[in-house]
Design a protein around this ligand. Structure first.
Ligand code: HEC
Length: 107
């Protein structure tokens, strides 16, 4: 019984450590949520930004979009995102880019 308790504690600590590590870089799952919630309203077909999915670009192009381009065609669209939000969205788009292991159309 004591061993079980110890294992549970270890498991919790390991999970917490993993979460912290993910938050330092980009968190793809959070990025997906943010992308759907905050980018998609302008980026479905017929909306002002036009349809946009992770598949529209390569991993390199997504990274460049966040480091250099920064939504040049409409910079104010990124104003309400924190640096962490943008990291998360960048991670999601990168992870599912057209040349990624898991290309994804939904978003
Ligand atoms: C307020 C509306 C709005 C929001 C919110 C918005 N965009 Fe845009 N986006 C636009 C408009 C308008 C354009 C320019 C479309 C054009 O030039 O035809 C654009 C263009 C783009 C482009 C260039 C299209 C291409 O094919 O290269 C990318 C990439 C993009 N947006 C990504 C994003 C991402 C990622 C988010 C969320 C972090 C986002 N946008 C949020 C309106 C928006």
């Amino acid at each position: 019984m004591k061993l079980f308790k110890l294992l549970t504690v270890l498991l919790v600590v390991t999970c917490a450590a993993t979460l912290v590590m993910a938050a330092e870089g980009g968190n793809s799952r959070k990025g997906k949520y943010l992308f759907k919630k905050s980018c998609k309203p302008c980026h479905v077909s017929g909306a002002e930004g036009g349809e946009l999915t992770p598949l529209k670009k390569t991993q390199k192009q997504w990274d460049r979009f966040f480091t250099d381009d920064k939504h040049k065609s409409k910079p104010e669209a990124l104003e309400n995102f924190s640096d962490q939000d943008l990291k998360d969205i960048n991670q999601f788009l990168f992870d599912h880019a057209v040349d990624s292991d898991q290309p994804e159309t939904c978003g």
